[in-house]
Write a protein that binds this ligand. Structure first.
Ligand SMILES: Cc1ncc(COP(=O)(O)O)c(C=O)c1O
Length: 433
């Protein structure tokens, strides 16, 4: 079949799309039609934690496709059964039940909220400023970004947003050393004055990802969990980006040493990008009838088989230690660049989940320069994302967890070259100061 004969002359896409057409990928690298190689520092859409087309995971998925491509979730199956056991085994000890009927992260989050509402009999959902927890109608309604609601005249009620633990730009203008964690204790004011008074859950990304790689300070999650338990509120961790080794531990819950009552996972779970999502809960939170949260492609068998192989690889000796080591190498390198280039601000990270602020000379967010840097990085063949869906000032970097020292070295070299390029007067997007 000659595909080009089907290509219409006009752009058929509803939305604008990049002129770069990708054709092939391997490991951390992806190649366009012209054969240009890009080093992907965001692992696809933060989901290819084992890089492009990891051969062992691909093989596991292909084998499952040969054996059985699909079975209704009315029935159990070999990969889904094994995956439920494996997820319970690797997640924090209190999470003993796996719900595997969601095809992705937004829907897993909606399921977690439904479970919380069903169990508590309460309704509102608290989320953090700057949290991105999905794009479905319900998730946009409770998003930490008002921009996700702007074009729609109507959204679901019941979402309350509270300040995030963003210490270097604290909402309450405090210093972490003596702030008394107002970002936890003042949630009471929001419950009293901004909610219906009936709060089912607090849903947080343990590290705010799209919001700018914001890492809560020590003690935050302990305090937040206690706050929830004293008020009969369930604490949900959205580990769609942080989970599956991204922070150098299996989950951010392990990194912070605090386990939530419910955890959602998606994105990285299948290693190479096959869609699947999961909800892990405590035993006492079971009971939501399965008819209330089930989707045709939830628990898709080839994705479950891929996820099992991914878990096996993550558990190999030294795998997560390497994530911590190369993550530190990347962080150190970016911090060194911050000393060289005035617009490169704070670099922060956990494992291979790293963000770099782009700032003015007064250390204020410099979104225009962040976009200029994004463009310069792409010219260097380095794929990154800018926070807040391209509206923010933080360069987000999440290379695949299989990155080697040499890969990180190359990423840093290209990053530095891009920084040098945007300082030149010839660079097409001027620095905004
Ligand atoms: C932290 C987080 N949660 C949930 C989602 C939504 O996942 P999905 O796109 O699979 O619905 C995303 C997607 O970007 C995310 O970053």
């Amino acid at each position: 079949m000659n595909i080009s004969s089907y290509l219409p002359e006009e752009n058929p896409f509803y939305y604008p799309i990049s002129p770069i057409k990708m054709v092939k990928g391997k490991g951390l690298r992806i190649y366009d039609e012209q054969g240009k190689e890009y080093l992907d520092c965001i692992s696809g859409t933060f989901n290819l934690i084992l890089g492009y087309n990891h051969p062992e995971v691909l093989e596991a998925a292909k084998q499952q496709m040969d054996d059985l491509m699909f079975a209704s979730s009315t029935f159990n199956s070999i990969p889904v059964d094994a995956l439920a056991h494996a997820l319970v085994a690797i997640s924090p000890a209190n999470l003993t039940k796996a719900h595997l009927r969601s095809p992705g992260g937004s829907i897993a989050n909606e399921g977690a909220i439904r479970i919380a509402q069903h169990i508590t009999g309460k309704r509102d959902v608290i989320t953090l400023f700057r949290s991105h927890i999905g794009q479905t109608f319900a998730m946009a309604s409770v998003s930490g970004f008002s921009t996700h609601r702007t074009p729609f005249p109507n959204t679901f009620p019941g979402g309350v947003q509270v300040p995030s633990p963003y210490c270097s730009r604290c909402f309450y203008k405090q210093k972490p050393s003596d702030c008394d964690l107002l970002c936890v204790t003042r949630i009471d004011d929001f419950i009293q004055y901004a909610s219906t008074g009936s709060v089912a859950c607090i849903l947080v990304e343990p590290i705010l990802a799209v919001g700018g790689n914001i890492i809560p300070p020590p003690g935050y999650f302990e305090a937040l969990k206690t706050f929830c338990e004293q008020r009969g509120i369930l604490l949900i961790f959205d580990e769609c980006q942080t989970g599956f080794g991204r922070c150098g531990e299996m989950f951010a819950a392990d990194y912070f040493g605090v386990s939530p009552h419910i955890m959602t996972i998606a994105k990285g779970i299948s290693g190479i990008g096959l869609p699947i999502g999961a909800i892990l809960t405590e035993e006492r939170l079971t009971g939501l009838d399965k008819l209330f949260h089930g989707f045709t492609n939830g628990g898709w068998l080839p994705a479950a088989a891929a996820a099992l192989k991914t878990i096996e690889i993550l558990q190999r000796p030294g795998f997560l230690a390497n994530v911590r080591q190369v993550g530190q190498q990347l962080l150190n390198g970016l911090q060194a660049l911050s000393a060289k280039f005035p617009f490169v601000g704070e670099a922060r990270g956990a494992g291979l989940m790293i963000g770099v602020e782009v700032v003015t000379l007064e250390n204020q967010p410099d979104n225009a320069t962040a976009l200029a840097l994004h463009k310069a990085l792409l010219e260097q063949g380095l794929i990154v994302r800018i926070s807040e869906h391209g509206r923010g000032n933080v360069v987000e970097m999440r290379p695949a967890l299989i990155a080697t020292e040499q890969d990180i070295h190359e990423i840093l070299e290209r990053f530095e070259a891009a920084c040098q390029a945007i300082q030149l007067p010839s660079f097409p997007v001027p620095l905004m100061r």
